[in-house]
Design a protein around this ligand. Structure first.
Ligand SMILES: Nc1ncnc2c1ncn2[C@@H]1O[C@H](COP(=O)(O)OP(=O)(O)OP(=O)(O)O)[C@@H](O)[C@H]1O
Length: 586
């Protein structure tokens, strides 16, 4: 048994996961690592308060709490055996569900049973709200448009035969007031958004020349919002002049900022159903990262007649919070063949080909095809067994950063952050971010002769790990420490500009030679190295590998074996929710 050193009483190091006062089934499930301490505490306390004495009902509540903690919106009791096949689960699941339905926990709406799924009340309310708001939007009359003008605009902006998917997506986005546009990396999502907004500006101008429409572009994270602003700017510049001139000024912000987040209260926003957003059109990009809670807040804050355009890649990792809303919306709203509200962009414009082909094979779970592409190698994709193969590349990237940082060239240093990224599934352990950050620093120090690294060294790449409104820094922002007039300043990428703050004032930052795949979502680098963990790691999933590979703009190397690639593609992230069912049967 491992013990913490220097203590008089030996305490097992994993004790923090054990709940000392729990008993019975909850304690057993805690001991089996099925339930975490929060699940046990919540279930024990709420059951006691509600007067529930059946331990299997309390177990249901604990599992519903666990479900939310692990990304699901609801729990299907019939699937619990998949969590742990050896645990002594209640033998009659229907009876278990029936006992829960008669419980005071349900009478007091702590738990809700709907369509055979078990919910914590708050998540049930949010799911119903999202389904109801979307249903209301779907059954409203279509917006009035000038169809001839739309046809002419589509012909003008999407003249090529090869752009049929984009043209169709744009047609739907103008004709409908709610639409989802999906597509993998480089399929022209941002390009299409710019053209859709140009077409809409034209429609609004024709309907009422005195009304200047208000467009909002939003993304779930600050990083993604900055990238959207940049890409949108670029795409708008390529529009024909008359279309560009019609576009109203449209910056991009986070969803939190759009809704007017009030930091003093966790889930409160300035805009809600009593104070709606003033916009005519709201575009949400990187929607795979939007949680159920955020989607609920957005939908209730939109004016009923406002247009909503949801854009994203449903095959990427979902939000770190509960829900896989984009995937649910695509499955639920795409199910209606009579009135499809989902447009798919399938053609890749960005890559020379191999990264796109690899991404496709990964998305489809076609392991042998993916391995074929990887093993054929080439300038864009490769598979290595050992990360040492990339040592030269990683050291060069770190040296480039250091060079610009020593010269005090913040813009060049920030740009150099995008040259290479090492992506890991884990934070800790031999495949983790912490280990590899230290290793790359060690290699760098061997190269430069700088023996010891102070915590803040010139050329240190930074990742912000919490929101800091006072410094205007957001969780996920990236920057680099540069030397400026003998002082150390941290220069951050603010999309189209650089923000500098004193490095000494920074608290919640990590080194970012390596980053987790989750943290890298919404950003890209020219070259990417993906370090796969052992095949039995539960974090190794198809969504993770697909998200990691699609962060690469020019070249990607996977560090792993055919076995780990197969294991990744064979493991899917399962997130239970009733949303797609509600939407499909609406
Ligand atoms: N119809 C098109 N014809 C030619 N090039 C295009 C077309 N659509 C997009 N592109 C080009 O493909 C590249 C990717 O486009 P865009 O940034 O719009 O894609 P995206 O799907 O938003 O990408 P991301 O993966 O960054 O979200 C850009 O260089 C863009 O100019």
């Amino acid at each position: 048994m491992t013990t913490r050193p220097g203590r008089r009483t030996a305490i097992p190091i994993d004790d923090y996961r054990r709940v000392q006062r729990a008993s019975g089934l909850l304690a057993e499930a805690n001991e089996a690592d099925i339930l975490g301490p929060t699940d046990v505490h919540v279930a024990a306390r709420l059951s006691a308060l509600a007067g529930e004495t059946d331990p299997e009902v309390a177990l249901g509540l604990a599992l519903a709490t666990r479900a939310v903690r692990t990304g699901s919106v609801a729990l299907d009791l019939h699937q619990v055996a998949e969590i742990d096949t050896t645990f002594p689960w209640p033998t009659d699941t229907d009876d278990w569900l029936a006992r829960i339905s008669r419980s005071p926990l349900v009478a007091q709406r702590i738990l809700v049973i709907d369509n055979g799924l078990l919910y914590l009340e708050r998540y049930h309310d949010q799911e119903v709200l999202v389904a109801d708001e979307l249903s209301r939007r779907r059954h409203r009359p279509r917006p009035t448009i000038a169809p001839d003008r739309l046809d002419a605009g589509l012909g003008r902006l999407f003249p090529a035969e090869a752009d049929a998917d984009q043209r169709e997506a744009a047609r739907l986005a103008v004709a409908e007031s709610t639409i989802i546009i999906t597509g993998g990396p480089g399929t022209g999502k941002t390009t299409t958004i710019a053209k859709v907004l140009a077409l809409l500006a034209e429609q609004y101008a024709a309907a009422d020349p005195n009304h200047v429409p208000r467009f909002a572009l939003a993304a779930p994270t600050a990083k993604a919002a900055a990238r959207l602003a940049e890409a949108f700017d670029e795409a708008s510049r390529r529009l024909p002049e008359a279309d560009r001139d019609r576009l109203p000024a449209t910056g991009a912000s986070t969803l939190h900022r759009l809704l007017g987040w009030k930091p003093e209260s966790r889930s409160r926003f300035r805009h809600d159903r009593h104070s709606r957003l003033p916009h005519d059109v709201v575009v949400v990009d990187e929607a795979s990262m939007v949680s159920l809670t955020m989607m609920a807040r957005l939908l209730e804050a939109l004016r009923p007649e406002a247009r909503l355009i949801i854009v994203g890649d449903p095959d990427q990792l979902s939000s770190v919070e509960a829900g896989a809303v984009l995937a649910d919306l695509v499955a639920g709203l795409g199910a209606d063949a009579r009135r499809p509200l989902v447009a798919r962009l399938r053609r890749t414009y960005r890559f020379g080909g191999q990264i796109g082909l690899l991404a496709q094979a990964l998305r489809d779970g076609a392991a042998e095809e993916a391995l074929g592409i990887l093993q054929a190698g080439g300038p864009e994709v490769s598979l290595f067994a050992d990360l040492a193969e990339r040592r030269g590349l990683m050291v060069d990237a770190a040296l480039e950063l250091r060079g610009h940082a020593r010269e005090g060239d913040a813009a060049a240093a920030v740009a150099a952050l995008g040259s290479h990224r090492l992506l890991c599934a884990h934070r800790h352990g031999p495949y983790g971010v912490s280990y590899w950050n230290r290793q790359i620093e060690q290699w760098l120090s061997e190269e430069t002769g700088d023996a010891h690294w102070a915590p803040m060294y010139v050329g240190r790449p930074l990742l912000v790990t919490s929101n800091d409104p006072a410094m205007d820094l957001n969780n996920g922002d990236t920057g680099v420490v540069v030397r400026r007039d003998g002082r150390l300043v941290a220069a951050f990428d603010a999309g189209t500009s650089i923000r500098e703050v004193s490095a000494a004032r920074l608290t919640d930052v990590e080194t970012m030679h390596a980053a987790t795949v989750h943290k890298s979502q919404g950003s890209q680098a020219r070259r990417v190295t993906v370090l796969l963990p052992d095949a039995d790691s539960q974090l190794l999933t198809r969504e993770l590998l697909y998200t990691a590979v699609t962060r690469a703009q020019e070249e990607v190397a996977i560090i792993g074996t055919p076995e780990t690639v197969r294991a990744a593609l064979g493991r899917r992230i399962q997130r239970a929710s009733g949303l797609r069912q509600r939407l499909a049967t609406d």
